[in-house]
Each structure stands twice: as C-alpha cells, then as structure tokens.
Ligand binder design. Structure first.
Ligand SMILES: [Zn+2]
Length: 440
C-alpha cells in the first residue's frame, strides 16, 4: 500500500519538477550561493535521473584550480584551550581579513593555544581573531588522530578558547561521509542514496547559517565524518575510498527538494519495520514526511532488540520524568509503581506510556524513556514494555530515531535492484529529486 502511495507522489513530483525545474535550480542556487562555485552534474548523475536533466545555457567547466563549494565542519565539539595539530608538509598561514600569506609552517607537530588577543602556534604568536592553515598538499594535517583534506580554520573566542573548523569542498566532505555513515559492503544504489541525503543535509545546513562559525558537526549530531584517514591504536584506517569518491561523483549535484527548497533530510540506521513520522521527533521536517512501512532492514542486527531492567532501578531512573511532565495527573496511589502502553493509532508514531510512580501519573514517550535510560541500551524510541513482578522487559525495533531514509532498508531495496532514485522516493515520498546545475 505504501509503495502505491509512493508511486503516486513520485509521478506528481516528476511533473512538478519538469515544469518548474529550471526555476527551482535558480532559486536554490541563489539562496545557497551554489552557482558561485560548484561544477555541474556529470554524465552519471544525469543517467541516474535522465528525466530531470537541467542544464543552463553557455555552461562551461570551471577551471581545475577553482575552489569547489565549501562546507565548514567543526572538529572540536566544544571549544578548546589547547590543540596539538600534526602538519604533514609545508602549510601557509593566513590571518583573518588579510589576503596575503602571513607565514609558512614546516612539517611537524604544533601546539596551539590562545590568549585574549592572539593565537600562539608553537613559539610564534598571531594577533588575529581567526587564522587559517592551508596545507600546500591536501590532505595535509591531523587533529585528534584524524587526517583531513582542505584547510584548518581556528576561531578564537573571548574566553581564551577556540574552535577548530575544517573547511573543504562539499563533494570531498561527502566522500568521507558516505564511508563514515554506510558500510562499503552496501550495494551502490544504497550508497548513492546516502550520498544524496548527505549532500542535501549539508547544503541545508550551509543555507541556514545557524552559526557564523561552522555548518556541521563531524559527529552523528550532524553526519559522521571521519576525514581522509584516521588512527585506531597502531592501525591506520581509511575515512574515504576510491569507491566512495565514485559514488559522490555519480550523484554530483543531486539533492532532494520540498516544494523547491532544500530540507533537512534526516536518516537513520534501521527503522525496524516502519519509519517514524518526522514531526514526532524533529519540528523542522516537512509535514508530509509520515511513516512508511519498511521490512527491507530485517537483516540488520538491531531490527529487533531487547533490554531488561530491575523494576526498582527502572522506576528510580524514570522518576524525574514525572516532575517535568506537563501531563502529570497527580492522582495515583503512592504505593503503586507501574508502566503501561497506550495503543498507537497509526504507522510512524512513537509509542507512549502511562507511567505511575510516587503518587504521580503521567504520559511519557519512547523518546523520553530512551533519553532517561540511555541511548546505548535502548537502540531506538520504539519498543513495547512487559512488566513482571521483579523486572521490566523492553522489546524494541530499529536503531536510531527512524525518520527518513532507513540505511539498512536502502541496502535491502538496492539488493532487490531498486535504483537510488526509487529508494529516495520511497522514504521521502513527496520530495523532488533533482540535479542542481548551478552553471557559473
Ligand atoms: Zn527499515
């Protein structure tokens, strides 16, 4: 049934996009600044989406030396007081507001700190609010055992801390995100779909400019980004591969649009049988992003999971939910602690429960309980509860929030010969999948 619905939406999407395709591209290009620096789609991305070829007249390839569209990835989740950066070869230093190179650092490990007015790199000081390290050869520097392509921007803050931000071309960033987010063993169509949602997610973040300092985190808070390579003990592991670079190239410029606009294309590892309605978890998803059934992810380990708690421990750990819950009815028997399921009315909803404890009674959601009991023990907010006299058993499905593309489901669909575009249209049924062709 859901498949039929998806087919209807996608045919509407086709017609709409064909009619206003060029307009969409111009609007998105203007808003994102894409037209300034990004090259057009390549042959393969047009093959993937032949019906939506969008080309601008007089397009000429950008010179090889021209910078691609950049994304700013913060590498230090919280601002730091000190950072050791390993530089693999000569590295030019630019100070904020200056076009000319200020200095050149040789290869080696450099300890970086700040004062109220300046940066200190090794024994050199730089009076600037931001400095940028530009390796002569990329990838050219290491931060916290990860080697990155592109440039390293240090941004000083008033409290004598600073942020380290990796600035690099979007498509180079995506080559690492594809391998960081999805196993190499997954079929190409699933990884192409991953590249498209990752590109859309990043471009949306860039467009929003919620922060003047960076666009995305390097972690699952945005998208996992391991860089070019990284060390794990004595081992060196690849953060990207020839194959992931090809996947990004094959989908170059391809994004999902909601009525002509980029949107935050949330995705998760395993939906566990049906995806979650976007608004159940995130306030900024399109209203049409409702749950769709998906059993293609049934090969995943966490398609089903279970967790057990001692009864006393469970009610102790969830007691604080009753204090903060606005739906608290406050009329329960003090002697009784209990939890019971509230039946779900439709696909895609997060389960809710009546929690009774310490004389209070409240409605709590699977998200509340997952946050309280630990996201590493409860793999998703979707579970049923079976209380016994001594224990609380949880029977769960899926891994992650379950909104949007199901990564293991994309794998299953790709194994059934579904294309990248078919996969995307299944999980984002009313999205238009287009190739941005920004021209120059
Ligand atoms: Zn799934």
């Amino acid at each position: 049934m859901s498949r039929d619905r998806s087919a209807v939406h996608s045919s509407i999407g086709y017609r709409l996009a064909q009619r206003v395709g060029l307009m969409l591209v111009i609007v998105v290009g203007l808003v994102t600044g894409w037209s300034v620096v990004h090259r057009g789609p390549n042959e393969t991305s047009r093959e993937l989406l032949p019906e939506l070829q969008i080309r601008r007249a007089n397009q000429t390839p950008l010179p090889a030396t021209r910078a691609d569209f950049d994304v700013r990835v913060v590498l230090t989740h919280d601002a730091v007081r000190e950072l050791n950066v390993e530089i693999d070869g000569p590295c030019d230093i630019y100070l904020s507001g200056q076009r000319e190179k200020f200095n050149r650092l040789p290869r080696g490990t450099v300890k970086m700190t700040t004062t109220r007015t300046e940066f200190k790199l090794g024994d050199q000081t730089y009076r600037a609010s931001q400095i940028e390290l530009v390796p002569v050869r990329s990838p050219g520097f290491w931060v916290n055992d990860h080697q990155y392509r592109g440039r390293l921007r240090l941004i000083r803050r008033p409290d004598q801390t600073f942020l380290a931000v990796n600035v690099l071309p979007l498509e180079e960033y995506l080559a690492s995100v594809v391998d960081s987010e999805m196993p190499k063993a997954f079929p190409p169509a699933a990884r192409q779909a991953q590249a498209v949602v990752a590109r859309t997610f990043a471009l949306y973040q860039i467009q929003q400019r919620r922060s003047d300092l960076f666009d995305v985190y390097a972690s699952v808070q945005s998208q996992k980004y391991l860089g070019f390579q990284y060390r794990d003990g004595q081992r060196r592991l690849a953060g990207e591969s020839e194959e992931s670079r090809q996947i990004v190239e094959q989908t170059r410029g391809m994004v999902c649009l909601d009525r002509g606009r980029l949107f935050r294309t949330y995705y998760s590892a395993v939906c566990g049988g049906s995806t979650t309605s976007g608004r159940e978890v995130f306030p900024d998803t399109p209203t049409w992003l409702t749950g769709v059934s998906c059993n293609w992810c049934s090969a995943a380990d966490r398609y089903r999971w279970s967790a057990e708690f001692e009864r006393k421990d469970f009610f102790q750990r969830t007691a604080s939910l009753l204090e903060s819950n606005r739906a608290n009815t406050g009329i329960a028997d003090r002697r009784v602690s209990n939890i019971e399921s509230i039946p779900l009315k439709q696909l895609g909803l997060i389960p809710t429960f009546f929690l009774t404890n310490q004389g209070k009674r409240a409605v709590v959601s699977g998200i509340d309980l997952r946050n309280q009991l630990g996201t590493s023990k409860l793999y998703s907010p979707k579970f049923s509860i079976e209380p016994t006299s001594t224990q609380i058993h949880l029977r769960g499905s899926g891994h992650g929030h379950g909104v949007g593309l199901c990564q293991w489901g994309a794998r299953g669909q790709a194994l059934e010969k579904k294309s990248c575009v078919e996969i995307l249209r299944y999980y984002y049924p009313r999205a238009d999948i287009v190739v941005l062709d920004p021209g120059r």
